[in-house]
Ligand binder design. Structure first.
Ligand code: BG6
Length: 493
């Protein structure tokens, strides 16, 4: 059994990492616009100011509790570099980049809408027409090239004003504010956009609550409440979308990967089981439609009490996600044993180094079996259509003097990952709607804020300090992916 002829091949990007133009045409500030660049060894910083005039920074260390001074406000300060302000300037290269995606044969392009282009403060009285017009043009451009859009409503772009006034997603007010924002877009693009995602990597609320929830106080109570509020908001968006257009499909987006035990010590197996519960809890609720017992028990133990009401649970049960999409970059290894080398991973989901697998320069594991395992786990548990909306390899690519990038390491990574995906479809019968590689074009890394950590099929001349011509160059992987799409995944040599 080969992939279906309708299989949706494409690539993905996110507004805050790609668009730049952070104040253009009335855009407001979001969480990421006050976040500096970092590196593999230095964390990104949230810059802040107090009413006394004192200024400072709060480091965003993956996997560690984020602490932010109580009486400070996140703000832009002189002397710091903020990569989201310019991204790789998609805002002014939109037609050019879409033409490159079309040249590769993309059937689908996944992008996110920057909430603060539509509502600069998140909840303004009127939407900003200039912001809507930009996405209108973008969708027209997709239509021109015969690519369907897959649109993320919120990809780490919580409006800064909502963070300051409401404390971000830990406040229930954001449920209705978000529904109103979604309504504007669902109505405006009715009949033109069928597939939507509500929150990028919704489990970032646990691992990266500043990114995922705009939380300045990331206590366990606030993270739990933030997740609950996003579940209810997602359910309301599913209900709304089906009312506006029964053809619309609203997906969940989960950061997911295979997790292995380091030893056969049963204690390691329990640790892995608990880590999987942590990850799948978010899909159990948003796609499965109910809070799992293990999570309720955890809240009981930890004294977490949700600000909720019975209607929340009815909404969650009645309006689950139509499909389940996920990001998957590599696998993780966990152990209860000491003295083993540490590894890194997406959203700081680190564990120990897998002796059987290679890593990239940022310590992320390259695992040729990861997609088959992850697809099977999700399919067995939910039996809803799946969609791989992020998978790719971050690498410090070199542009040669004659304008080439020989990224055979990326081709090898993608070939192995796509093979693993095909095995899940062909051997195990998993239903997969599509694959959007991260990232269609080079953009700023989310975790480190670097340009050096590149993922695209298209190289953009931009460095870690914002220098460079922004000129686009096709990498070797560009031609390779074009062939893969043209043969519907049959020729991956
Ligand atoms: C996911 C995000 O976490 O992984 C993307 O949805 C991100 O925004 C991608 O860019 C890769 O992570 P990073 O940190 O290497 O950019």
């Amino acid at each position: 059994m080969a992939l279906s002829k309708d299989f949706l091949w494409g690539g993905a990007t996110a507004a805050n990492q790609y668009e730049g133009a952070y104040l253009t045409d009335g855009k407001g500030l979001s969480a990421i616009d006050v976040l500096t660049n970092g590196s593999a060894t230095e964390p990104r910083l949230v810059t802040w100011k107090k009413s006394s005039g004192e200024t400072g920074t709060a480091p965003l260390v993956w996997g560690q509790k984020f602490t932010f001074p109580k009486d400070a406000t996140p703000t832009i300060l002189d002397g710091f570099y903020y990569p989201s302000h310019t991204g790789t300037d998609f805002y002014h290269h939109m037609e050019e980049d879409l033409a490159l995606m079309a040249e590769m044969g993309f059937k689908v392009y996944r992008f996110s809408i920057n909430w603060t282009r539509i509502f600069p403060n998140g909840d303004d009285e009127q939407p900003n027409e200039a912001g809507l017009a930009f996405y209108d043009r973008l969708i027209s451009e997709c239509e021109k090239h015969g690519m369907i859009p897959l649109v993320t409503l919120s990809h780490y772009e919580t409006p800064l004003s909502l963070m300051i006034r409401y404390g971000g997603w830990s406040n229930r007010s954001l449920i209705d504010i978000f529904e109103r924002y979604a309504k504007v877009l669902l109505e405006r693009f009715k009949g033109r956009v069928k597939y939507w995602l509500t929150f990028n990597e919704i489990n970032a609320m646990e691992h990266a609550p500043y990114m995922g929830g705009g939380l300045l106080d990331a206590s366990a109570q606030n993270r739990a409440q933030g997740a609950h509020n996003q579940f209810v908001a997602s359910a309301k968006v599913v209900r709304l979308a089906h009312e506006i257009d029964p053809e619309m499909k609203i997906g969940q987006m989960l950061a997911c990967s295979a997790i292995y035990t380091y030893t056969c010590d049963p204690k390691d197996a329990i640790k892995v089981m608990e880590a999987q519960q942590e990850e799948l809890f978010f899909a159990d609720v948003q796609t499965g439609g109910r809070y799992p017992e293990y999570r309720l028990k955890k809240y009981e133990r930890e004294g977490i009490v949700l600000d909720d009401c019975p209607q929340d649970y009815e909404l969650i049960a009645n309006y689950p996600a139509d499909f389940l999409s996920f990001s998957c970059y590599g696998s993780h290894v966990l152990t209860t044993h000491e003295n083993t080398a540490k590894a890194q991973g997406n959203l700081g989901m680190n564990g120990v180094k897998n002796p059987y697998l290679e890593t990239n320069a940022w310590g992320w594991t390259i695992d040729p079996y990861c997609l088959r395992l992850t697809l099977n786990t999700l399919w067995d548990r939910y039996h809803k259509p799946l969609w791989i909306v992020e998978n790719g390899l971050g690498w410090s690519d070199e542009l040669t003097a004659d304008g080439k990038v020989h990224d055979d390491y990326r081709i090898n990574y993608l070939r192995a990952n796509l093979q693993s995906m095909k095995e899940a479809v062909e051997i195990d019968g998993v239903e997969v709607l599509g694959y959007t590689m991260w990232s269609a074009v080079d953009l700023v890394s989310n975790g480190t804020g670097e340009m050096k950590k590149r993922y695209g099929f298209v190289y953009v001349d931009r460095d870690d300090r914002g220098n460079g011509s922004l000129k686009r160059y096709k990498k070797d992987s560009f031609e390779w992916y074009k062939k893969v799409i043209a043969t519907n995944g049959e020729d991956m040599r």
